[in-house]
Design a protein around this ligand. Structure first.
Ligand code: S5P
Length: 283
């Protein structure tokens, strides 16, 4: 399995995808496999969290449509922070429509996702036309796409033959635009098509927490060790476990303390993720 190779040595496996190469190189440079998921509704909160954890992460994942005061200045500031701290941007848009519609959703509208997000993701529910629609926009810009082959939530229908279909679609994508999966384990190994040469893909995994095992709405958490070492995934995605402290501070002192706690959690998850990775490649 390619997951036993160091991140840096896998760069050459992604000759057709600049975003994937950039992610692997960033991981080596920063000694981190941590993606922070910044699911907050205020521009200032988003930027403060990203600035606090930027040094520890290789990727920032957004849900840009939940930001109430979104404007293009947020994109300007976020991309400036990406430069300052050396991370990749992942808009977690979870596209799920026909090719023509997703190409418009990706390129246009209020958010113009393709213009600033290095990678994004899609459900395969509509069929492979969704990949064609997104590739038409993303490929010329050097973007990458992840397929949601599995999900972290209780009762997910993304399993078994549906997961296999995602892996087959990725293997059939000759251009290299599909660079990986959202999945809970090494689906690219488990469902590798027998009639095709093995290919490398990145596996990014949400549902990661060190302190709790789930939430009230079906989220399920595993530790970085379970995800990176035991399951062989490449990137841990952590949301509330990192930014949880920054919610409803009454004054500046409380806010400062919350931002410091966010920074601390970022470092904690970076260390846990990297330790699990070192254990994996040195095993
Ligand atoms: O299966 C999934 C796929 C995704 S992208 N399960 C998930 O939780 N996510 C996303 O990861 C979800 O939309 C959220 O942004 C993040 C997890 O956040 P947390 O606060 O539970 O860590």
């Amino acid at each position: 399995s390619t997951s036993l190779q160091p991140y840096g040595s896998r760069v050459g496996n992604f000759a057709k995808n600049a975003a994937a190469r950039n992610i692997l190189e960033t991981m080596e440079r920063k000694q981190s496999n941590l993606c922070v998921s910044v699911d907050v509704t205020k521009k200032k909160d988003l930027l403060d969290i990203v600035d606090a954890v930027g040094e520890a992460v290789i990727m920032v994942k957004t849900h840009i449509d939940i930001v109430e005061d979104f404007d293009m200045d947020l994109v300007v500031q976020l991309t400036a922070l990406a430069k300052k701290h050396d991370f990749v941007i992942f808009e977690d848009r979870k596209f799920a429509d026909i090719g023509n519609t997703v190409s418009l959703q990706y390129a246009a509208g209020v958010h113009k996702i393709a213009s600033w997000s290095d990678i994004t993701n899609a459900h395969l529910v509509p069929g492979t036309g969704i990949i064609d629609g997104l590739a038409k926009v993303g490929e010329p810009l050097g973007r990458g796409l992840l397929l949601l082959a599995e999900m972290s939530s209780k009762g997910t229908l993304a399993a078994g033959e549906y997961t296999r279909a995602n892996v087959e679609a990725a293997y059939n994508n000759e251009s290299g635009f599909v660079m990986g999966f959202i999945a809970m384990g090494r689906v690219d190994d488990k469902y590798a098509p027998a009639d095709k040469p093995k290919r490398d893909f990145l596996v990014l995994t949400p549902g990661v927490g060190l302190d709790v095992t789930g939430d009230a709405m079906g989220q399920q958490y595993r530790t970085p060790d379970e995800v990176i070492y035991k399951s062989g995934c490449d990137v841990i995605i952590v949301g509330r476990g990192i930014y949880g402290a920054l919610t409803k501070e009454s004054d500046d002192t409380a806010r400062q303390a919350a931002v410091e706690s966010v920074r601390k959690q970022g470092n904690r998850y970076r260390e846990a993720g990297w330790e699990a990775y070192l254990k994996r490649i040195n095993h």
